[in-house]
Design a protein around this ligand. Sequence first.
Ligand code: SAH
Ligand code: F3S
Length: 452
Amino acid sequence: MIMPVNLNEVLSSKNRFFIETWGCQMNELDSQRIAGKLMEVGFLPTSSPEDAKIIILNSCAVREKAESKAFSRLGEYKKLKKSKDVLIGFCGCVAQEVGKKAFREDIADFIVGPGRIEEIGDVVKKALKGERVVAVGFPDVRYYSFDTVVRDSSYKGIVTVIEGCNQKCTFCIVPFTRGKEVCRPIDSILAEVKYLVDRGFEEIELLGQTVNHWKDPSDEKKDFAYLLSKVASIEGVKRLRFITSYPRDFSDETIEVISKFGNICPYIHIPVQSGSNKILKRMGRLYTVEEYLSLIEKIKCAIPGVAISTDIIVGFPGEDEKDFEDTLSLVCEVGFSQLYAFIYSPRPYTAATKLKGRVDKAIAKERVNRLLEIQKRIQLSLNRRLIGEEKEVVITGWGKEVGQLSGRTRCHRVVNFPYPSRGGVKFGKSVKVVIEEAFPYSLKGKFVGYVS
Ligand code: SAH
Ligand code: F3S
């Protein structure tokens, strides 16, 4: 059937939505889910808030700076609302955190928390009729319609395996804003991966706050190692990754599965947070430095060439110079391929806010700079070892310089290279690149051919 299309209708801002996203990959995916749900009820995306009837702010609460940014962005949109008929929707972790309070303060027309995204189509319909809806909290039964997700890539598909988190890291607001851990049934996960592969996706990333804590809700024996092997066995999955792993839950079986399947990327993100046992204990992290290091040793032995990345919090209450130096030694000992460093930020509801021993801001800043400087040198030296090697690179976009493409190795390293004069350019395509130059945050190479 051919549907008559009224172009003016389609192009008018009457039925356009705009989404602004802050925060982690989980939030990115949530925005893609929101987009799908809004399209289901007849809206189309726009890249400009001025052209939209619905503006969604998908917020992040993990650090104070991100949270205050959310409120300042809402302020901007409220100004726009004065001159234009627009509905403002507040989503994400800050929306969950402030809940109904946000209405009293009149900052949004509707509020949808991360646990209620599936309902956003109905919420918007009600909001259009003038109703003010607050959909926060975490329903017992969760639906996950993966076939409506508006993916931002045609070759990399992100698949949620766990929502929420059951850990009680004393600095972290996530368990409060994303609720208790809910593992998705294996059948649903595998169905999504097959669905993506059938549509040409070659890279799959399994996502969860503690992704390796996953267990099938109806059969505890099916653990993360089992899931990983099942996903890796699906024909058409060329690169498989997973984030974020919790150190204590990293089983020997998982290491074995990674070493066995050639399509599981030798790249693992395992946040350590600190290199001091005293601080790890105060953070409520359930492992010691020694246990972490022995896990890394096991991984390195079983998976040659593996790249390990991490998160570190600097300036946690009680961290003295010696604790920080212990973190530096751990960083030097492991040799992380990438490191995300954060200055501790006190968050509402979290236990760490009651801890004594606040670290002075200037000291924390000086420590984080020192850490990043050391990490920069480590990355440069690790990257230099790759000069002369041929790497399989998936093209992810344009490079920094004109005439360059950019891509990722299987270890998730960024490689820039001049694009081939023949054969065309297709994002998501795998090519062979010989590494010629190394920098701390990227590599530069020469295109030598396509991967068939
Ligand atoms: N398991 C999660 C961690 C979520 S938060 C994941 O999937 O990534 C991401 C990182 O932010 C944490 O690993 C931690 O290093 C940092 N972080 C969390 N809370 C913080 C806080 N209050 N202050 C500073 N950094 C924080
Ligand atoms: Fe946060 Fe710790 Fe969970 S960092 S997301 S409470 S594992």
